[in-house]
Structures are given as C-alpha cells and as structure tokens.
Ligand binder design. Structure first.
Ligand code: IPM
Ligand code: MG
Length: 361
C-alpha cells in the first residue's frame, strides 16, 4: 500500500522527534510492504520564517491532498523568540488552530496509559496506580474559547479583554458520538466533564451528551465537574475509561493526565474529522529549552504514527507492532532522560528510535 503522508516537522524538538517517527514508519514499511509518499509541510515558526505567516493556504491545500499528516510540535520561547513580537494572529499557535479548523479536526483523542515499566516515573503513590491505568481523553478541538470572538479594548476608560465560549448542539453531538463509539470498543464508560454548575455552554453540553447516551445503552455515562476531575485524576486515575470534554478543559486535563503517565513525552494524539483523514501529533509542546540537544523523548510522536496507521489507514497489525516495540524497549530498560530512573540505561533521541526499529520484525 502507498501511504501519502504530510510531514510537519515544526519547531523546537519537532524535527528531532519526527525524524525518529519517520524512521519507525519506514521500518514498518520494509517489514509489512508499504511505501510512503511524504510531503513536507511548513507550520508555525518554521512557516513564519519562510512565508511570514504561520500557515499558508497552499499548505492547507497540500495537507488536504494527503491521507494523513504527522506533526512534531510548533512554537518557541515567547520570552526570546521574534515570532512572539508578531500580533497574536500571526504567531505559531495561530497556525495550529487554523489547520485544526480548516481541516475540521473536531475530535482530539489523547490516550493516557501508564506502562507497567514506567511506574517509577509516575509521581503518584504506588497504591493509587497499582495495576496501571488506561484512559482516552476525547477533547473537542474546533469550538469553545479557542475559536470564539475575542478582543482587547478600552471599555468605559478601562482596558478590558473578552474571550467568548460558544458551543452549538451539533458540535457537542458529533464529539459525543465519537466518544461513545470509542467507549464501545473499550470499557464502555464515559465520564463527561463540564462546569455545568456555572456555565450555560456546559449545561447544553450535558443535555446533548445525555441525548446521545440513549443510543448507547451498554455504555455507562457519568458527569463530572472539571475541578473535581482535575482532583480525581491524581486521586483515583483508575476510574477513568473515556473522558469526554470541551476544548479548553481537554487542553488542561490532558497535560495533567500526561504527567501521571510519567512524562508528557509519552502522550500521543490524533485529531480527526468525519473522514479517515487525521492529524497526528504528540500532546507535548516544542520544548525549545532542549531543542537541538538530541535528548527529547520521541515516543509520543512514534505512538502518534501508530495511531495514524490505525485510524487513517486501518493498518492495525502495523500499529500493534509499533506499540509492542515501544513497550519492549521500555521493558528492556532503555530510557530517555525525562523518564530515566535508577538502574536503567539512558539513551538519546536517535538511539531510542533505533532500538524501537530493531524490535519491529
Ligand atoms: C495542545 C497545545 C495547543 C492547544 C497550543 C500549542 C495552542 O497546548 O495541543 O494541547 O492549546 O491546543
Ligand atoms: Mg495543551
């Protein structure tokens, strides 16, 4: 099979981690008989440097012409990078939001799994994580505060800023349906997270989610307030199967969930629309402080590539092979610095990529 894959290396550690994921994809291609047509696309700071804007219309069209896009990370250090002297709509992050919206990537899947081998890197007490945990955060990605009207201006002589949080029932319904569909393939439990004790958007969210739930009698639905969810994630992470939530809450909770898996360098993600197309990226940022040092953990990007094979190309066997190779490397005691613990062997970005490739046969 020939896979047409857009590649966004991006900024910071992006190029280093994407290079390793491409190595792994190429190895899978060799072993399982697939070839790739890679198309390099510019997004974020890398695009600003060349085109003056974080995402061009041509790049959107090129991304649409691919079957899937694999991405590293975008953005720089706001304190020193010239990208942040530009107005907000021209900064790297604006490019990321624009590509999500332009490709209608409303469903963001962020799995947070505690590998047995990484128990030592999890900051929680062992008794809380005994037996591990495995949750899927379903984050709505094209609505809410990220895409509402916003302004900063003087109102009655006082500087005032506003960000609007809007959801319509259709936007809520389509992400809820995705969450329930995924729950059916997992442990059949959805926890929908909102702030319905305060926000109208959350009250509508709850109502629509309850309607959708009626079509899934086998799935248990629970509602949880977002502040409570933040607490429950560190108190009892094992209770979660699928977490369904809006854009901003999902952004925050997924970072929290990633930390209890040991490192944000482990958390993959898939952003999907209603076709087979997807944008696959690690949940972590561009980590400009360690960029170019060759020490970044590429595992989240490699696992994102596995999600790409699974969701966009239906190549389950190949995706399983990547996930098994990652687990084996961890079992064999190899660690990048972010997940290093006593008695393990510390390796760099390229070395862990090679070790994963060696375990795909
Ligand atoms: C993420 C990131 C982005 C977001 C930033 C870079 C705009 O934090 O993918 O979680 O907030 O969605
Ligand atoms: Mg985030």
């Amino acid at each position: 099979m020939e896979l047409k894959v857009g590649i966004i290396k991006g900024d910071g550690i992006g190029p280093e981690i994407v290079t390793e994921a491409m190595k792994v994809l190429n190895k899978v291609g060799e072993v399982y008989g697939h070839s790739y047509l890679y198309k390099e696309l510019l997004l974020g700071g890398a695009s600003i440097d060349v085109h003056g804007v974080p995402l061009t219309d041509e790049t959107i069209a090129e991304a649409k012409s691919c079957d899937a896009v694999l991405m590293g990370s975008i953005g720089g250090d706001a304190k020193v990078s010239p990208w942040y002297k530009l107005e907000p709509s021209k900064r790297p992050e604006a490019g990321l939001l624009k590509i999500r919206k332009s490709l209608n990537l409303f469903a963001n899947l962020r799995p947070a799994v505690l590998y047995d081998e990484l128990k030592g890197a999890c900051p929680l007490k062992e008794e809380l994580t005994e037996g591990g945990f495995d949750m899927m955060i379903m984050r709505e990605l094209t609505g809410g505060l990220y895409f509402g009207n916003r302004y900063t201006s003087e109102v009655d002589g006082v500087m005032t800023a506003c960000d609007e949080l809007t959801y319509n029932e259709n936007e809520i319904r389509r992400i809820a349906i995705r969450a329930f569909d995924i729950a059916m393939k997992r442990n059949k439990k959805v926890i929908s997270v909102d702030k319905a004790n305060v926000l109208d958007s959350s009250r509508l969210w709850r109502k629509v989610v309850e309607e959708v739930a009626k079509d899934y009698p086998e799935v248990t639905l629970e509602h949880m307030l977002v502040d409570n969810c933040a607490m429950q994630l560190v108190k009892n992470p094992k209770q979660f199967d699928v977490i369904l939530t809006e854009n901003m809450f999902g952004d925050i909770l997924s970072d929290e969930a990633s930390m209890i898996t040991g490192s944000i360098g482990m958390l993959a993600s898939a952003s999907l629309n209603d076709t087979k197309f997807g944008l696959y990226e690690p949940s972590g940022g561009s980590a400009p402080d360690i960029a170019g040092k060759g020490i970044a953990n590429p595992i989240a990007t490699i696992l994102s590539a596995a999600m790409m094979l699974r969701f966009s190309f239906d190549l389950d066997k190949e995706a399983d092979a990547i996930e098994a190779a990652v687990a084996q490397v961890l079992k064999d005691g190899y660690r990048t610095i972010d997940i290093m613990s006593e008695g393990k062997v510390q390796v760099n970005t390229a070395e862990i990529g090679n070790l994963i490739c060696e375990r795909i046969a």
